[in-house]
Design a protein around this ligand. Structure first.
Ligand code: PBG
Length: 325
């Protein structure tokens, strides 16, 4: 006789709902958005079907739509003209630059929408790296980069950013940025640290969108080796000590073990970045009719929640929120 029948909890839709352990809601989703100069511009990103680079006016319109879907946070990234890029990323702390103007415009139109802003040199760097490159040795200079990151963070906070997102992986940056923000009176500005950011080939379409691929070398001297998990826990300790408010793992789907390990270890809120290459793979296979794109999207988002994520940065945010609604 079989007394334990797990299938008894699966017999009907209602019972399955009743015993369901996790859920995905619009509250959990952060929408990454790309911004460009100009007006009335909506330029498709070829390797990310359904994603665009928006001029500020259309960006604001998109944010209003996301707000109506119940989304609470957008993560903005600037795509700059090459003429504005230099070796030190000086445009990154220009208070009249594209990015601070975009942040202010979004906050003015939608004060309740949280704006997260990316801190790293790559969109502004003629070298396409997240830090300053030593012109002789090619080394990515950690401590010299910190000053620029701090100025960038202050510029963004000044423009109204709610959440600073350092994605650069320089050592000590969270503490350095925290101190700089506090000194400038931004003690309520949140820091979501890209805690465990791996040197990943899943970022390809994003680099297309920003035209930000490294001009030489790779990012392996600052982003993490994808063979390592313990090292992610070391980064967690550092970020906690340096005052991070929210931790993040990136990429997502191939790193659910890292997400689960950090969930066990830390009491801070935890985010995961479902990155551009993960989005592109689902879109490409769905376009070919090889998978059910919507179903795979929802299954992936649920997997992040099950593994321990409190929030998900995902290019699927709008589509998923629409479906949930
Ligand atoms: C760069 C940055 C990258 C992403 C977010 N911030 C790319 C990189 O590190 O080269 C990737 C996001 C994605 O692939 O969706 N600071």
């Amino acid at each position: 006789m079989i007394s334990n029948r797990p299938r008894r909890n699966r017999v009907s839709h209602s019972l399955r709902d009743l015993v369901q352990e996790n859920s995905v809601s619009a509250n959990d989703l952060i929408a990454p958005l790309f911004v460009i100069e100009g007006s009335n511009q909506k330029v498709p990103v070829a390797s990310m079907p359904g994603q665009f680079r928006f001029s500020i006016d259309l960006l604001v319109q998109k944010v209003r739509e996301l707000e109506a879907l119940g989304i609470k946070c957008v993560s903005l990234f600037p795509a700059l003209d090459d003429s504005l890029k230099d070796s030190k990323g000086t445009e990154s702390y220009n208070p009249r630059g594209l990015f601070p103007r975009a942040i202010s415009a979004v906050k003015e139109a939608c004060p309740n929408m949280l704006v997260m802003s990316d801190v790293a040199l790559d969109p502004y760097s003629s070298d396409g790296h997240d830090g300053i490159v030593d012109s002789k040795t090619g080394e990515i200079l950690n401590d010299q980069t910190l000053d620029i990151l701090a100025m960038m963070a202050i510029t963004q906070a000044n423009a109204g950013s709610d959440i600073i997102g350092p994605s650069d992986m320089m050592d000590g940056r969270v503490g350095y940025i925290r101190k700089a923000l506090d000194e400038e009176g931004f003690s309520n500005t949140n820091i979501m640290s890209y805690t465990a950011k791996y040197a990943s080939s899943f970022y390809g379409p994003f680099r297309d969108a920003l035209d930000s691929a490294p001009k030489s070398g790779d990012k392996k001297t600052y982003q993490m080796n994808f063979a390592n998990k313990r090292e992610a826990l070391r980064e967690v300790e550092l970020d906690e000590n340096e005052g991070a408010d929210i931790l993040m793992v990136k990429p997502g789907l191939a790193y659910l073990d890292v997400l689960a390990a950090i969930r066990e270890k830390s009491n801070l809120p935890l985010a995961v970045y479902n990155v551009s290459g993960e989005y592109a793979m689902v879109k490409a296979a769905a376009e070919k009719g090889w998978i059910d794109g919507e179903a795979v999207m929802m299954e992936s988002l649920m997997a992040f929640k099950r593994a321990g994520a409190d929030m998900i940065l995902t290019y699927f945010a709008e589509e998923a929120a629409t479906l949930i609604k």
